[in-house]
Design a protein around this ligand. Structure first.
Ligand code: TYM
Length: 331
């Protein structure tokens, strides 16, 4: 088996949460020594699909870059860059739109949810978002896309776009595989465990941020919604406890059954405290390292610029092939 080409993207925000950390960032760090190469992209072009402030956007790209570096991404072992620095993404988006079905875009649940939440403009960028995602991945002929469960449908669509492109124009693109963690692919809001943890649609108290101080993390777990029972097990009507079991399992690197065995007979209070401590331990090194890295904006920009150069060198040949088979430029 040849080494995988790994690609994933992440939205620019300083408010990355425990779901992003467990569902995605930990997979990136694990992937950087497996991928040849492993490519990680801060998707600032995606961020303009909802209301935003241009100056803020620049800052948030730096925040996210610093979080990823602090979590363990090493620019010597992976390619870390800002999406808008590599123009191939936008060009490929338009070219892929020729083989993207409007009906498929219409079925995307993220578009339905996000458009329902918009109070002002529902931009066509929001509708078009999955095509840009497809371009992100297909430009690098990536074979593996590590994401959380909420991005599964978007990866399915990019596979369909690649297949349709190859059928129409010849085998130019690679159909990527989705990589979703077995446990922790969908971390739920602590206050509302039937909804995924999210900084845009979740509750403030139910969303644990990577950069939260330990006291804030403990408080959020202490207030986590559970159920009227008393057993630390997964099961019907136990979404809150099941979510806490997942978090503890991932944070300690053990399986869910082991968590259930360890807390047999324990009260919910003790269990919640243990989960809080494991989350504090999981996130603290990243928060501490972030505080050291974030102030040096010149170093962050230099990292992103070097990453963009490497990314461009990989994306440009794909674009040349795509343009050629689609009939652009001289023969
Ligand atoms: P974003 O920035 O919303 O989320 C980054 C990653 O975190 C995962 N995630 C979660 N995992 C577990 N539990 C949760 N509650 C949770 N919430 C979020 C997401 O699945 C994601 O992997 N559209 C993407 C960014 C993107 C992308 C790409 C991803 C742009 N282009 C190409 C892969 C490939 C997004 O908004 O992620």
């Amino acid at each position: 088996m040849p080494a995988p080409i790994i690609f994933s993207g992440i939205q620019p925000t300083g408010r990355k949460h425990l779901g992003n950390f467990i569902g995605a960032i930990q997979q990136y760090v694990e992937g950087q020594d497996r991928g040849r190469p492993a490519i990680f992209c801060i998707v600032d072009l995606h961020a303009i699909s909802v209301a935003y402030d241009p100056d803020e956007l620049r800052e948030r790209v730096h925040d996210t870059t610093a979080i990823l570096l602090a979590a363990g991404l090493d620019p010597e072992r992976c390619i870390l860059f800002r999406q808008s620095d590599v123009r191939e993404h936008t060009e490929l988006t338009w070219l892929l739109s020729a083989v993207t079905s409007h009906g498929d875009l219409n079925r995307m649940t993220q578009f339905k949810e996000k458009s329902a939440r918009q109070r002002e403009l529902v931009s066509s960028a929001l509708f078009y978002y999955p095509v840009l995602m497809a371009a992100d991945v297909l430009a690098y002929r990536a074979t593996e896309v590590p994401v959380g469960d909420d991005q599964r449908q978007h990866v399915e669509l990019m596979r369909e776009i690649a297949r349709r492109f190859n059928e129409r124009f010849g085998e130019i693109l690679v159909v990527p595989e989705v990589l979703i963690p077995e446990v922790g692919a969908r971390i739920m809001d602590l206050q509302d465990p039937t909804s995924k943890m999210s900084t845009t649609s979740g509750t403030e108290g139910g969303t644990v941020l990577v950069l939260d101080e330990p006291a804030a993390i403990r408080k959020k777990f202490a207030g986590a919604v559970t159920d009227s029972g008393r057993e630390v097990v997964r099961g019907p009507d136990k979404a809150g406890i099941a979510n806490l079991i997942d978090i503890l399992a991932v944070a300690r690197g053990i399986d869910q059954d082991e968590v259930e065995r360890e807390f047999e007979g324990a009260g919910y209070g003790d269990f919640k405290e243990a989960v809080a401590e494991s989350a504090v331990e999981l996130l603290a090194p990243t928060r501490e390292r972030y505080a050291e890295l974030r102030p040096d904006e010149a170093a962050i920009e230099a990292t992103l610029a070097a990453g963009a150069e490497k990314a461009r060198a990989l994306a440009a040949p794909t674009l040349a092939d795509v343009r050629a088979v689609m009939g652009f430029g001289p023969k």
